[in-house]
Ligand binder design. Structure first.
Ligand SMILES: Cc1cc2nc3c(=O)[nH]c(=O)nc-3n(C[C@H](O)[C@H](O)[C@H](O)COP(=O)(O)OP(=O)(O)OC[C@H]3O[C@@H](n4cnc5c(N)ncnc54)[C@H](O)[C@@H]3O)c2cc1C
Length: 423
């Protein structure tokens, strides 16, 4: 007899763990299994990329999932901060800076992904979710609201049955591959990143009193962006004491071969961001990891099915990390998925709703594409880029964020009017 679940979530990363918590908080009776390939606890700092959260995601974590205690172990974020390229980029105080001078009213966080995912997994267990680590999904047979999944758990193979199957396997994208749902994304940017087990504190990069006095809160708590033509470099502090540093670059201006190993990334940094490179050089003994990803944007033909499957997180779509929207997309997507699962569990017909969520999610994804596509060449232009950033913030707060904070995305009558009025 196969073990039976209402929902099986493949992958216990950020998207899978948060979806499980959202579902269980709404319907405690749901039998949920999370199958996570990796062994827990996950390592701190050098676990995964995606540490900077923005306001939709933070609202989701704190107010919808009730994760305030877990967030209190992470760092509060001082918004996004941008330093434009100037001359040789050796003096941060001379660069044009755009960023808040105190903590914004709407909160956001810098997440140590290892620490946060460990805390989420513990929360899942406390809520009665069956979280199994060292548990790899080996095979899937899809049916209509009756799927069979073969797992390899602690080296033992077994099969389970589930009414709903959610793919949260990140870039492994199990369902997307099986159902041939991959769709290329036009946006073509590469990234490399590494972690140093030291607080690379941008507040100490200049002793100029004017520069020191201009911002009330520590700049190091921002997601700091060092911008130049065709690239940006991120600096993100982590609660475990480490710093995450990444290079994100348009290959038409900065070929991938210049950043795809740690040695090359260091040479590249010395050339374009020498002040940053000099400071990193002093802490190379605390180097933790280096990873790289070519053409990270990807799309998906279909995210939800009324036959009881759905795709969330990186397993579905990803556009660009410039404004750190990865976890915002997780929040939006998990909202749609949990609503479909719960409505069907309560006996409602979800056929039309599934189609509408699909259309809505696609509209959102398409609406965000022009925010990033072909924009990297203008990143060195402080005037143009600052106007663009303020414009993008305005769109964020008057569109997606407003609707999310007001809990409107699953109100289809309202969304119909909202989307029609935009067309
Ligand atoms: C360069 C870059 C920078 C980014 N920066 C940010 C940022 O600052 N902020 C932000 O919000 N987002 C950012 N993102 C996006 C962010 O990384 C993703 O949105 C997020 O990590 C997706 O989480 P996930 O849970 O979907 O996938 P993952 O975190 O990858 O989790 C997938 C899980 O599935 C498991 N798994 C895989 N295969 C199997 C299997 N067969 N069986 C069982 N388990 C399996 C894996 O072990 C893993 O734990 C960035 C992305 C990139 C490329």
């Amino acid at each position: 007899m196969h073990q039976q679940y209402d929902v099986l979530i493949m992958g216990g990363g950020l998207s899978g763990l948060t979806l499980a918590i959202q579902l269980k908080r709404k319907v405690t009776r749901l039998r949920i299994l999370i199958a996570e390939k990796a062994v827990h606890p996950a390592p701190e700092a050098a676990h995964k990329v995606g540490e900077s959260s923005v306001e939709i995601a933070s609202h989701y974590f704190e107010n919808i999932l009730g994760l305030k205690p877990q967030l209190d172990n992470e760092l509060p974020k001082l918004g996004l901060r941008f330093f434009y390229t100037l001359g040789d980029n050796l003096d941060i105080s001379k660069r044009i800076e755009l960023g808040p001078n105190d903590f914004p009213t709407a909160k956001s966080y810098q997440l140590d992904r290892g620490r946060f995912e460990n805390a989420l997994a513990e929360q899942c267990l406390q809520l009665g979710i069956d979280f199994q680590d060292n548990c790899k999904v080996k095979d899937i047979t899809l049916g209509k609201n009756k799927h069979q999944v073969t797992l390899v758990h602690n080296d033992q193979e077994r099969s389970v049955q589930t009414n709903w199957l959610v793919d949260a396997t990140g870039r492994m994208s199990l369902l997307k591959r099986k159902l041939k749902l991959a769709k290329p994304a036009y946006h073509d940017i590469n990234a490399s990143w590494f972690r140093i087990n030291h607080d690379i504190n941008i507040d100490n990069w200049s002793e100029t009193p004017d520069w020191q006095g201009r911002v009330k809160a520590p700049r190091r708590l921002s997601t700091n962006h060092l911008l130049g033509k065709g690239y940006w470099v991120w600096l993100i502090p982590l609660s475990s004491g480490a710093t995450s540093i990444g290079i994100v670059a348009d290959a038409k201006i900065h070929p991938y071969a210049e950043i795809n190993t740690f040695e090359r990334a260091k040479v590249w940094l010395k050339k374009y961001e020498p002040q940053c490179a000099q400071i990193i050089d002093q802490h190379l003994d605390k180097f933790q990891d280096f990873l790289t990803l070519k053409h990270y944007s990807h799309n998906c033909k279909k995210m939800y099915s009324a036959d009881g499957w759905a795709i969330t997180g990186d397993a579905g779509v990803f556009l660009d990390p410039f404004y750190s929207p990865g976890s915002d997309f997780i929040a939006l997507n998990n909202g749609f998925i949990s609503d479909l699962i719960i409505k069907q569990y309560r006996g409602e017909d979800i056929d039309a709703r599934t189609e509408q969520y699909e259309k809505l999610f696609r509209t959102l994804f398409l609406a965000f594409c022009p925010v990033y596509e072909d924009q990297y060449p203008i990143m060195a232009n402080a005037k143009v880029m600052s106007i663009k950033i303020i414009w993008d913030y305005t769109l964020y707060w008057s569109g997606a964020a407003l609707l999310f904070f007001r809990d409107k995305f699953c109100d289809l009558a309202f969304m119909d009017i909202a989307v029609t009025s935009l067309q």
